[in-house]
Design a protein around this ligand. Structure first.
Ligand SMILES: Nc1nc2c(ncn2[C@@H]2O[C@H](COP(=O)(O)OP(=O)(O)OP(=O)(O)O)[C@@H](O)[C@H]2O)c(=O)[nH]1
Ligand SMILES: [Mg+2]
Length: 318
């Protein structure tokens, strides 16, 4: 699929996802339009003119307030329209025009997700799919007001075969970096990151344990104890890691009897030769009545969304 087809599909999927969206424009920082999609051809010219003038105002503000920031998402209302501007990496900007009834949160969830896809396209990095994953629809339609007020510390554990990318996923989320060198996790590795949802401060503590389980078995109980969510990671390019998911989940349930949400992530979506097919994934999804989605610690595809989804699962607000 050519890159212009990919833009076309991504923007079409976004229009379909939220009926309040009137137009979507992807521009380079200098204002050059690289892709656009307008719902109603009748309002075409008018909207493009409105978007361009608001875009100029916004860009001046961006230059002043954010410098060359490559991570922002901003909304403003001008006359009859709501505008969302999201950085799609350092080179491009996604603009969404919606009518006034559009839900801000929904626009931000979709906008943030699509902006990341566009960043990959602009940088000529591999894109796993032009479709909006189910998890994004769930997040977009969830109400953040359902998060409890206060400060919460929650333990999240990572399971999965050696070299599937547990440490890399955590590192990408916590430090926003990626390393191609493989350093097996020894013993226990713990790190932390805070997420904010309105009045809810969520301090997530990530625990990863050495995957050579037999060596570490006396520590297993401590590893599982008090966990509030489990991520199970497999490597999309190695089928065995997918088959072993069940093993990891079974060991967990044998050792820990509380009902904890489990999220399965297929990592390394950036690599070309996937041994695990969409059909395999869909079948397991059905069998386990869970959501599995593909991520890449390398390109950052879907990583943040996976953790946001986890936060919603922890508070059972989906
Ligand atoms: N291409 C690609 N490589 C990845 C990705 N994620 C991780 N890797 C590589 O895969 C290797 C293993 O990653 P780790 O994060 O150490 O895997 P792990 O699951 O923590 O492994 P153990 O700690 O031994 O259980 C490293 O060489 C990473 O650079 C990804 O999304 N894409
Ligand atoms: Mg590791």
């Amino acid at each position: 699929m050519s890159s212009s087809q990919k833009y076309e599909e991504i923007l079409t999927n976004l229009l379909e996802a939220d009926e309040k969206i009137k137009a979507i424009v992807v521009t380079l920082r200098n204002g050059l339009v690289i892709a656009s999609k307008i719902r109603d051809a009748d309002t075409d010219e008018e909207l493009v003119a409105a978007t361009t003038s608001v875009f100029d105002i916004f860009m001046n503000r961006v230059k002043k307030d954010f410098g060359s920031a490559n991570d922002f998402i901003n909304m403003m209302t001008v006359d009859e329209n709501k505008f969302l501007f999201a950085a799609a990496g350092k080179d491009a900007i996604l603009s969404i025009v919606a009518n006034l009834e559009a839900d801000d949160r929904k626009l931000k969830v979709y906008g943030g997700h699509i902006a990341k896809k566009i960043r990959l396209l602009v940088n000529h990095e591999p894109l796993d799919s032009t479709e909006i994953p189910q998890v994004i629809h769930l997040l977009a339609n969830a109400r953040s007001s359902s998060f409890p007020n206060g400060v919460f510390l929650k333990k999240v554990i990572f399971l999965g075969d050696a070299r599937s990318g547990k440490s890399s996923i955590i590192k990408r989320f916590v430090e926003n970096t990626f390393d191609t060198t493989y350093l097996p996790t020894i013993g226990m590795q713990i790190s932390e990151k805070t997420l904010q949802f309105d009045e809810c401060q969520l301090d997530l503590k990530f625990w990863e344990m050495e995957s050579q389980s037999h060596i570490m078995s006396p520590l297993r109980k401590r590893f599982y104890s008090n966990s509030k969510l489990v991520f199970v990671i497999f490597d999309l390019t190695r089928k065995q890691t997918f088959t072993n998911l069940i093993k990891w989940i079974n060991i967990f349930s044998k050792n820990f009897h509380e009902d904890v949400p489990i999220i399965i992530l297929g990592n390394k979506s950036d690599l070309p030769d996937h041994e695990v097919s969409h059909e395999d994934i869909q079948q397991l999804q059905k069998e386990m009545n869970t959501i599995i989605f593909s991520v890449s610690a390398k390109t950052n595809e879907n990583i943040e969304d996976a953790f946001k989804f986890a936060a919603h699962k922890i508070f059972n607000v989906l």
